[in-house]
Design a protein around this ligand. Structure first.
Ligand SMILES: Nc1nc2c(c(=O)[nH]1)N[C@H]1C(S)=C(S)[C@@H](COP(=O)(O)OP(=O)(O)OC[C@H]3O[C@@H](n4cnc5c(=O)[nH]c(N)nc54)[C@H](O)[C@@H]3O)O[C@H]1N2
Ligand SMILES: Nc1nc2c(c(=O)[nH]1)N[C@H]1C(S)=C(S)[C@@H](COP(=O)(O)OP(=O)(O)OC[C@H]3O[C@@H](n4cnc5c(=O)[nH]c(N)nc54)[C@H](O)[C@@H]3O)O[C@H]1N2
Ligand code: SF4
Ligand SMILES: [Mo]
Length: 868
């Protein structure tokens, strides 16, 4: 097969990639040099995509109550049950929960079925946990959910603020563009606003380590400083007087106290902003995931309006989208409180949709937002939920409760690419969806750029496109005529036509210029930024250039903001912050099984300041338990001054598929922003205790091991071998010993004071290696893995293996820093000692950092600090 141009399925940067099938059946994935989002760059997750295409763990056939059935049977059952529930309890008893990882065509179809034909608006999406505060912010300020900026602005600005964003790990290619922009223009200043010191701070001229959740105070103070610096013309914006009056009290002293910053650093920041001719604020989850996230977004937008830094090249409030098609979801109206194509629950829009879709069943009122929706399932009001492309049993707050609610729901339908997720455990019906590389359609990135995802893999098993599955269920419900598409091209053109339908400029989202694309033109569609219409036939790079917004009076609006601290602020305990690792994607279904991506951070760490560690008696790498009234989580302490005292950080990724008790959302409360419904995932009051298990250690096993219930486990992906970190309070590890013995294997044991090392052999091959003690034994993982591949021939090697060492002990690799070239910390430190004094020198010596560049901040952190 030839090289196929497509788009990355991970983050909202939306990089263009080129996938090339190799003669040996593998696929190589490289950056597309011509895609405007990345211009030839790629990050470690994108570069490892070829390793995620295997069929192991895929959902390949429809299933009913856990049994494989035909498509006809599964569709028939789903249709009949949904119909019966709607007949008995009305349309409000049914809900869909969708995802920013669906293609626009899939999303359009799901939204059309729920809001247009089932006739309720209970379709919400994981974007509720992600972008919904940003949507409220834009709608209040501009009258439309319209992101005004473009990536090219980053190369034409004087000041970039990254607020609540760890872009170095989460939007790596965008971050690399900023690094490059700073190299090209050393006058460009970068300010990072984050309570943690992150890899993103690597390029920061100023890092404001503010009190968790205090950003609105900082931005209110900035608004006051702007007004002082240069008076704002009267009545430029609606709401202006109120917003300025509200900001008046936010003197630098008050801001310093509220945000727990020094007054000097606050005024330095204000000076930078006020004197920069152009400035951009890039904001993500540290802002949105808050009980006052919408207000924080408006506090940011206010300063851009007041200073005239909006709608101009190199300026603007730029909310970065997280998922590859979060923006597409916003276009099709995937949130429960929107209608399709930027329409709202007002009579004119409802009537318009009724005309366009030819339906008299359009939902008349907004539906339930994610957290409310699962509450309603819990109360028995919603009796059927169809989950597509998201894993709410892991990613919603108060996840233990979500699991209980799903377990009790009469009908759970899950469309998935993965066979065993925490959510699909509860499914009565499982639909196998096509994965990246198989599916065909469009996604929209952070800068409103629509790009094609094109198929390059054969379709495995009976997997089907998500839009097709929706259309078939629509057929089973009796609405087949409105869902008679044969190809995603038809869905796309319908969506494009709706965006322009009776749109006299009132709705920002308008891609009517693409409504009549031929199949060939759709297939070869070049990346393009919306709107695409008669006024902008080639798309539009920047919005708001004319100073006008959308809606009735089209006036831009400043929103008065009263800063509020998070719920955790007046609760005892440490404040838990949660977020992402560089090489993992969300609930790990696509990255947790790739050995290369597991190496950077193979275990969930609870990061804490050494002072707190001392107070709680925690040593580095010790097991700790975090507890809230909702649940608990177990992780491994990491002591670091990157964390502020009193705060913790834990990853959002681990779940029951990869560990027994490391799901962070079992701790997080479902407190939401009243306007956006977005949960406060970044600040949770937790208590912490050291967990000293009776024993802990490492297990390596050729087959899937069967573990006693009481053993707590963490899986670490390795090729061909199961590697598990274990810990338990059971008196001994005899369960594992007994299990190995019962297999009839030849067992070799070394026991000492509270320590047991065990090897099990069968026909000369290693079946199992187990190393446990009260403290976790040091094990040379590479030597153990090598012994599984090539059984050691001599007794000395076997003996060393039993000790957990390599025969001739070479240095262990240490933590893998560069995942692209598998370069560990030990080699990097050795090279530094040998004289490498820059990332360039390290790259030359070891190749680290020379491919995607995602590890450059960490390489720099290992280098001795240069005295300037
Ligand atoms: N590697 C990787 N990349 C991803 C993803 C992934 O799973 N893995 N997911 C994608 C998705 S869907 C999303 S939404 C994005 C998210 O991208 P980001 O928002 O950049 O990622 P997070 O790690 O969730 O959190 C960002 C930062 O917010 C900070 N923060 C916490 N509380 C506060 C606060 O009160 N104020 C401020 N100013 N900052 C605070 C945290 O310390 C953290 O460094 O990433 C996308 N990219
Ligand atoms: N504590 C805490 N919780 C958080 C966050 C946080 O920062 N902290 N972040 C929140 C944010 S921003 C987000 S976006 C969410 C993400 O949370 P989720 O959406 O739950 O995470 P994913 O693992 O991406 O789930 C996507 C699922 O869809 C499947 N899938 C992939 N491709 C397809 C496809 O084409 N079709 C179908 N049908 N299925 C597919 C995958 O196998 C996977 O199971 O988590 C939220 N939860
Ligand atoms: S930056 Fe985002 S879109 Fe680009 S390759 Fe990396 S994960 Fe994919
Ligand atoms: Mo997200």
């Amino acid at each position: 097969m030839n090289a196929v141009r497509t788009t990355c399925p991970y983050c909202g940067v939306g990089c263009g990639l080129i996938a090339t099938a190799q003669p040996d059946g593998t696929v190589t994935v490289a950056a597309d040099p011509h895609h405007p989002a990345n211009l030839g760059r790629i990050c470690v997750k994108g570069a490892a995509l070829g390793e995620t295409l295997g069929l192991e763990g895929r959902q390949l056939h429809p299933q009913l109550h856990g049994e494989r059935v035909s498509w006809d049977r599964a569709l028939d059952y789903a249709g009949q049950r949904l119909r019966a529930i709607i007949h008995e309890h009305g349309p409000q008893a049914v809900a869909f929960y969708a995802s920013g990882q669906l293609l626009t065509e899939d999303y359009y179809a799901a939204n059309k079925l729920m809001k247009g034909f089932i006739g309720a608006a209970n379709i919400d999406t994981n974007s509720r946990l992600c972008m919904s505060s940003a949507v409220v912010g834009y709608k209040r300020a501009f009258g439309a959910d319209a992101v005004p900026c473009s990536y090219r602005d980053l190369e034409q600005t004087d000041l970039i603020m990254l607020v609540g964003s760890n872009a170095a790990w989460t939007h790596p290619v965008l971050y690399q563009r900023i690094v490059q922009a700073k190299q090209d223009n050393p006058a460009l200043k970068v300010v990072v606003i984050d309570p943690r010191r992150t890899a993103t701070c690597d390029i920061a001229d100023l890092h404001l380590r503010l009190r968790p959740g205090s950003d609105a105070g900082l931005y209110n103070g900035l608004l006051r400083a702007i007004a002082e610096h240069q008076p704002i013309a009267a009545a430029s914006f609606s709401g202006q007087l109120d917003a300025l009056a509200q900001a008046e009290a936010w003197t630098p002293e008050k801001v310093a106290q509220f945000c727990d910053l020094s007054r000097d650093v606050v005024t330095e920041f204000y000076h930078l902003f006020c004197t920069a001719p152009r400035a951009m604020t890039l904001y993500t989850m540290g802002i949105n995931q808050s009980t006052s996230g919408s207000d924080k977004c408006n506090a940011i937008i206010n300063v851009h309006l007041a200073s005239g830094k909006t709608g101009r090249i190199g300026s603007g409030p730029f909310s970065l989208t997280g998922q590859p098609n979060a923006m597409g979801g916003r276009e099709v109206g995937g949130l429960a409180n929107q209608l399709a194509c930027h329409m709202n629950f007002v009579p004119e829009d409802i009537a318009r949709l009724a005309r366009f879709w030819g339906s008299d069943r359009i939902a008349a009122t907004p539906g339930l937002m994610a957290v409310e929706l699962f509450d309603a399932i819990g109360r028995g009001e919603i009796k059927a939920v169809w989950i597509m492309g998201t894993n709410p049993a892991v990613s919603l707050p108060d996840s233990e409760r979500v699991n209980r609610v799903l377990a009790a729901c009469p009908l759970v339908i899950v469309s998935e690419v993965s066979a065993g997720t925490d959510t699909s455990r509860h499914a009565h019906v499982r639909f196998p969806a096509q994965a990246w590389g198989e599916k065909n359609g469009t996604v929209t990135n952070s800068e409103r750029r629509i790009s094609r995802q094109r198929p390059f893999m054969p379709v495995p098993g009976e997997a089907r496109p998500d839009w097709w599955i929706v259309a078939r269920v629509a057929g089973a419900l009796g609405y087949g005529d409105a869902f008679a598409w044969q190809h995603p091209h038809e869905v796309f053109c319908e969506h494009a036509a709706l965006s322009g339908y009776e749109n006299d400029g009132q709705r920002a989202f308008d891609i009517s210029g693409l409504a009549t694309l031929s199949r060939e033109a759709y297939d070869s569609l070049a990346p393009i930024q919306w709107p695409v219409n008669a006024a902008h036939p080639q798309g539009c790079e920047r919005l708001l250039s004319d100073g006008r917004g959308w809606g009735r009076d089209a006036r831009l609006r400043m929103v008065p903001v009263t800063p509020r601290l998070p719920h955790s602020a007046d609760q005892p305990g440490l404040v838990l912050n949660t977020g992402r690792y560089r090489d993992q994607w969300h609930t790990m279904t696509r990255t947790g099984t790739v050995p290369r991506l597991m190496q950077h951070n193979p275990l969930p760490r609870v990061e804490m300041h050494p002072e707190d560690a001392r107070r709680y008696g925690v040593e580095d790498s010790a097991l700790v338990r975090l507890v809230t009234p909702r649940g608990e989580m177990t992780g491994f302490a990491r002591l670091t001054r990157d964390q502020a005292p009193g705060t913790l950080f834990a990853p959002m990724h681990w779940n029951h598929q990869f560990a027994s008790r490391s799901g962070v959302n079992s701790l997080v409360a479902a407190h939401c922003d009243p306007l956006s419904g977005q949960p406060e995932s970044k600040q949770t009051a937790v208590s912490l205790a050291v967990w000293q298990p009776v024993w802990q250690g490492w297990l390596f096993s050729r087959g899937a091991p069967v573990l006693p219930e009481a053993v707590v486990r963490w899986d670490v992906a390795q090729a061909g071998v199961h590697q598990l970190r274990l810990a338990s309070d059971t008196p001994d590890s005899s369960g594992i010993q007994a299990w190995a013995a019962a297999q009839g294997w030849q067992v070799q044991i070394a026991e000492g004071a509270g320590i047991i090392h065990l090897l099990a052999w069968h026909d000369g091959t290693l079946q199992l290696a187990f190393y446990a003690g009260r403290r976790c034994p040091e094990v040379n993982v590479e030597a153990v893995l090598a012994a599984f591949a090539h059984p050691p021939a001599c007794a000395a090697t076997r003996h060393a293996l039993l000790a957990g060492r390599a025969a001739s002990t070479g240095p262990v690799q240490g933590k893998i820093i560069c995942s692209c070239f598998n370069v560990g910390e030990t080699a990097i430190r050795a090279a530094i000692t040998a004289g490498c004094d820059s990332t360039a020198a390290l790259g030359k010596a070891l190749r680290c950092g020379t491919n995607c560049g995602s590890c450059l901040p960490e390489l720099r952190a290992l280098l001795p600090q240069r005295v300037s």
